[in-house]
Design a protein around this ligand. Structure first.
Ligand SMILES: Nc1ncnc2c1ncn2[C@@H]1O[C@H](COP(=O)(O)OP(=O)(O)OP(=O)(O)O)[C@@H](O)[C@H]1O
Length: 210
């Protein structure tokens, strides 16, 4: 039987008296690859934020594994899912130290991330020398790939991806999209305008007026 991960049920949200999202409904089952497509300002990022409890609908409900999202479930969701955005402002310092810092948190401590790190660097065409650079000196595309790698090292299987390939070149857009789309068990809700995400097996969901 299909295992429901996220469900938007008749969700509406109003900001500053403007209705941004109106009567949006979408069930997302385990393993589905959902691509949200819509004009700028149509509320795509807000929908992803709702799925992690960072935004609340004015009417309707958003559920995670059949439980309406509230403060308690939001905490659990953030432990179990990964949100990656195109905002790569994750801090300063040497890349290797930044990555190590993520794994000093109690909840991530048991993950043997070092064994996977080199595999991901190679997969996304980053030199090992990148680890010894100051994060601030990396290009936008390099920063984006490091942020993606950190999320992958956390070994989550539910991903909310907000335009994560926007700063990458054509070949790398494809490489990253392929990686997320190819894992059968992973549940992915991605916002992207890049063609790399639009392919057989992806479920394209229009948001707003398109
Ligand atoms: N917390 C907030 N308070 C007020 N307005 C907000 C808030 N969050 C989002 N908005 C507004 O809601 C609208 C939708 O924003 P959102 O970022 O969800 O759109 P989007 O479809 O992801 O846009 P883009 O494709 O440009 O990233 C925008 O006009 C934004 O300014």
């Amino acid at each position: 039987m299909d295992e429901e991960i996220i469900r938007y049920d008749n969700v509406s949200i109003v900001f500053d008296e403007t209705t941004i999202i109106e009567h949006f409904s979408l069930p997302v089952n385990k393993g589905e690859k959902v691509i949200l497509r819509g004009p700028s300002g149509s509320g795509k990022s807000t929908l992803l934020k709702m799925a992690q409890g960072y935004a609340r609908p004015d009417t309707g409900t958003v559920s995670y594994r059949k439980h309406a999202i509230d403060a308690e479930t939001a905490w659990k969701i953030r432990q179990e899912t990964a949100y990656i955005s195109q905002d790569t402002d994750i801090g300063e310092g040497i890349v290797r130290d930044l990555i190590a810092g993520v794994f000093t948190y109690a909840s991530n401590k048991s993950l043997p991330y070092e064994t996977s790190l080199n595999k991901y660097l190679a997969l996304f065409s980053l030199d090992e020398a990148t680890l010894d650079k100051d994060f601030r000196t990396l290009s936008g595309g390099e920063k984006q790939r490091i942020v993606i790698i950190i999320s992958l090292l956390l070994e989550r299987t539910i991903f909310f991806l907000d335009e994560i390939t926007a700063a990458l070149d054509g070949r790398m857009k494809q490489q990253v999209a392929d990686y997320f789309l190819s894992h059968k068990d992973w549940t992915v809700i991605a916002i992207s305008h890049d063609e790399a995400w639009y392919r057989e097996g992806s479920r394209i969901i229009p948001v707003g007026g398109n």
